[in-house]
Design a binder for this molecule. Sequence first.
Ligand code: NAP
Length: 294
Amino acid sequence: MAAVLLDGKKTAQAIQAEVAAGVAALVGERGVRPGLAAVLVGDNPASEVYVRNKRKACEQVGIRSWLHHLPADTASSTLLELIRQLNADPSVHGILVQLPLPPKIDERAIVQAVAPVKDIDGFGPENLGLLAAGQPRYLPCTPHGVQQLLLRHGIEVEGAHVVIVGRSLIVGRPLALMLMQKAAGANATVTVVHSRSRDLAELTRRADVVVVAIGQAGFLKADMIRPGAVVVDVGINRQADGRLVGDVDFEGVRQVASAITPVPGGVGPMTIAMLVHNTLAAARLLCRADPLAR
Ligand SMILES: NC(=O)c1ccc[n+]([C@@H]2O[C@H](COP(=O)([O-])OP(=O)(O)OC[C@H]3O[C@@H](n4cnc5c(N)ncnc54)[C@H](OP(=O)(O)O)[C@@H]3O)[C@@H](O)[C@H]2O)c1
């Protein structure tokens, strides 16, 4: 029997409708409209599409957004100055620096320059540290999208063995931290595997849920999972013919899995929904007399 499709598009629409209601309430009660500043450097076509889609989602939920599009040869100091201005601007609640930045810019320094209360991607050390400490402020958007997609399809990870393939700072590592929390929608037994892992397929075959985030088209094959496993494909890979495919051999794996995310239409739209969710959360937090109080 073919797997159930975990529909990220529909789930993201439901989350965006909830965010839109939250935005309307914040505007009505506090007179504050959430605002997101997007910073894009250079002309990476994929990044331009991501930023466009993120701003479109902001517009749909009533969040104001601004685009700061800088040339590829922008100096780190100029970018840092822009980040400082956005940190100080009270109409900006969230700052999104679209990655990757051009190679000569110190990406880490830029990410760390974003004020932690405006770091709605949750990539900065303070927000990652809070997550690791079990007191998350903003959950990184892609892992949070994966968690919500599972929750909203009634897939319980509590007590389940989740194997995450990939340990990047934006997907695999924070997802592992999230799913091992002592909290609802978590309490999973988590294994993280990466390019140096021995007997990787042996490990993925032991999983109840496999999440793949490595950036290699069709990497996870049907014989690498156990029958009935749930498979979440985070990968986005553009084929020579322009098609987008994930890190999972979708046609093969869907014959064995019990549930699977499509690409496109799976984790991608969820990432965007969680970004607008975090921007609303940041606006709510910044409205408080002491936004740093926990
Ligand atoms: N859907 C979305 O919204 C969304 C968001 C973010 C990223 N993505 C996509 O997700 C994919 C991963 O992105 P990323 O930023 O996490 O990538 P990344 O920073 O390049 O990290 C890739 C990770 O995969 C591991 N890896 C690579 N090849 C492997 C292999 N053959 N076997 C096991 N592990 C392997 C790497 O291991 P090492 O650490 O050992 O090098 C690394 O931990 C990309 O396709 C990206 O486009 C999608």
